[in-house]
Write a protein that binds this ligand. Structure first.
Ligand SMILES: [Zn+2]
Ligand SMILES: [Zn+2]
Length: 251
């Protein structure tokens, strides 16, 4: 299984997951033009995407999905709550439900319900049923529930949100209401919240760790790296970037 990102952060997200001949896209928060330019960096075209999975309706995740899907006739998978908030009524989506595995090509996909201020948000765990390897994606989550730490235990790969540093958010430029939103129970994961998840889960199989959705206003990459440096027994972390994302990484 492999993962790549076309960009990660509050200005747009798009993540690719590939297993054998199946390639799925998780979210598209970029315009069609931007998306194609970013995809070209990996020498890919939209025709090679088998499905688009949508985590939730916020525009940095769903903003480019409808146009991409209708232009290239790519099936969309989302929860009903997300579909209702993100797309027109006549837009056909395959249904996802939190906690229920689905099969898309060679990939097994588990949507995991997360606390975030959206209609019916989920994040994803992907499984290769041939060798049992698992890859988790977890961003746009307000806090770590026991449901999440159970689901994201014993993974081989993990892309994890490191959205903000508490002090930088508090002292930063956001208006008070937005600070409350980002730092609240239905907002985003702080560096320390993500570190606490990493401390809780069994990491013996973890060979790929990516820090993602890093805020350009309320966090800095050095701080994220510093936090991760405190943890023993983890692979060398990759920090995803808003502009460039990251290239293919094998799990
Ligand atoms: Zn987001
Ligand atoms: Zn969001």
């Amino acid at each position: 299984m492999q993962i790549a990102s076309l960009g990660s952060g509050s200005k747009g997200n798009a993540t690719l997951v590939k297993l054998d001949s199946t390639m799925v896209l998780v979210d598209c928060g970029f315009s069609l033009r931007q998306f194609k330019l970013r995809l070209e960096r990996l020498s890919l075209s939209p025709d090679s995407i088998d499905a688009i999975l949508v985590t939730h309706e916020h525009s940095d995740h769903s903003g480019g999905v409808a146009r991409l899907a209708s232009t290239y006739d790519i099936p969309i998978w989302s929860t009903r709550g997300t579909a209702r908030c993100a797309f027109d009524d006549d837009f056909a989506c395959h249904d996802l439900r939190g906690g229920q595995w689905v099969t898309i090509g060679h990939l097994e996909v588990l949507p995991v319900t997360v606390p975030h201020d959206a209609g019916e948000p989920v994040q994803f765990i992907f499984k290769d049923s041939k060798n049992g390897k698992k890859l988790g994606i977890l961003t746009d989550t307000g806090h770590i529930t026991s449901h999440i730490s159970d689901a994201y235990n014993e993974l081989d790969g993990l892309l994890l949100e490191f959205n903000y540093d508490e002090v930088m958010l508090e002292q930063g430029p956001y208006p008070f209401s937005l600070k409350q939103r980002v730092g609240g129970d239905l907002g985003h994961l702080s560096n320390s919240q993500s570190m606490s998840l990493l401390r809780q889960i069994n990491k013996t199989r973890l060979n790929c760790l990516i820090a993602a959705h890093i805020s350009e206003n309320n966090n800095c990459r050095n701080l994220v790296a510093e936090h991760l440096g405190q943890l023993n027994g983890i692979p060398e972390p990759v920090l995803a970037d808003q502009e460039t994302g990251f290239g293919w990484i094998a799990i």
